[in-house]
Design a protein around this ligand. Structure first.
Ligand SMILES: Nc1ncnc2c1ncn2[C@@H]1O[C@H](COP(=O)(O)OP(=O)(O)OP(=O)(O)O)[C@@H](O)[C@H]1O
Ligand SMILES: [Mg+2]
Length: 321
């Protein structure tokens, strides 16, 4: 591959983020994160922040440590060192971060704003309390369940609360029936947004690949996340589907109070839709900036020179790899 792929302006390239977005408070702060597997250091002293309302991309060659960072954020791995803080509501609560760190507890705040230290939380609390949702590098739908049922699974917590956590409640309580109706409506609303309402009763495993990817993202969105972590959502998509995915992620960013953290190898997608890019190589951050800054960064170009050409050969033309 040549360095030129980062130098040309892709068609439909995203402009520098709007000034109001550049001044937005952080939704996520990763400070000095290190993850070791025995002697292997997969992530080394990594620090970055993702702003509220941004699409932040985490990119880097194969094995750079991207998925490991996601696994640390979402509570799948306990980091060897470092702090991962997520905040929503009134950003004033960020001022509590040092006190919270010293206190050794998981969260601070009240109804106005909350701050969580994710590295202290098990994965189910990261999802339920800190409202972080994710999709996986390999699709993880329930293929034998219908498209609608796959989305209803995401409403499990709300339904359990409405049942009073009892079988009797699930069978008889009006609050449960109301919650059930609301869940179906919410799920149908998402199916409409991703253009799959007419497939609601088909098994998810029968959908084309691109539609399964969209369904997985919709399922994550059904939990009303503050932060949505997507691990290679464009993998396996054709150029048309990749372009559609980009529009879909922009719509999520613009219409919902959800910030997006995106791992992606398809540079046409990354350069077109990201507001901010963090580049990892061998577990270390080598660059951090706007798509324009990253495209011209010599360290980034050098890191990618070892990567197979097909990953990036069309990034400069706005088409998918
Ligand atoms: N559970 C684990 N045990 C041991 N080593 C691991 C584990 N998870 C990841 N690694 C190693 O950590 C390094 C980073 O892996 P990771 O999956 O985070 O990379 P990645 O940037 O997501 O790569 P790709 O683009 O190929 O998905 C690799 O060397 C990998 O083999
Ligand atoms: Mg990965």
């Amino acid at each position: 591959m040549s360095a030129a792929v980062f130098e040309s302006e892709p068609a439909g390239a995203q402009a520098t983020p709007k000034p109001e977005r550049r001044n937005a408070p952080a939704v996520l702060r990763v400070d000095h994160l290190t993850m070791r597997f025995g002697g292997l250091v997969a992530v080394k002293d990594l620090s970055f922040a993702a702003r509220r309302g941004d699409i932040t991309a985490l990119i880097g060659p194969n094995g750079a440590g991207k998925t490991t960072v996601f696994n640390c954020i979402t509570g799948f791995y306990k980091p060897s060192e470092g702090r991962i803080a997520l905040q929503f509501g009134d950003p004033e609560v960020w001022s509590e971060i040092e006190r919270l760190t010293e206190r050794g507890t998981r969260s601070a705040g009240d109804q106005k704003g909350m701050l969580f230290l994710l590295e202290r939380m098990p994965d189910y609390l990261v999802t339920q309390k800190a409202r972080v949702a994710r999709t996986f590098q390999n699709i993880r739908l329930f293929p034998g369940m219908t498209v609608l049922e796959n989305l209803l699974v995401a409403h499990h917590n709300a339904l359990m609360r409405a049942s009073g956590f009892t079988v009797i409640g699930a069978l008889g309580l009006r609050s449960y029936r109301q919650a059930e109706r609301a869940a179906v409506e919410h799920a149908r609303d998402w199916l409409e947004q991703i253009g799959l309402l007419d497939r609601a009763d088909d098994p998810a495993g029968e959908l084309p690949y691109g539609a399964q990817r969209r369904l997985e993202i919709a399922r994550a969105m059904c939990t009303n996340p503050i932060l949505l972590c997507l691990d290679e959502p464009a993998a396996g998509l054709n150029p048309h589907e990749s372009a559609e995915l980009g529009n879909y992620l922009h719509a999520i960013r613009d219409e919902h109070a959800t910030s997006i953290l995106l791992i992606e190898h398809d540079m046409s997608v990354v350069m077109r839709i990201s507001d901010h890019i963090v580049v990892l190589d061998h577990g270390e951050r080598i660059a951090d900036g706007t798509p324009q800054e990253i495209r011209h960064d010599p360290k980034v170009i050098a890191a990618y020179l070892g990567v197979e050409e097909e990953h990036f050969s069309q990034a400069g033309s706005g088409a998918s790899a």
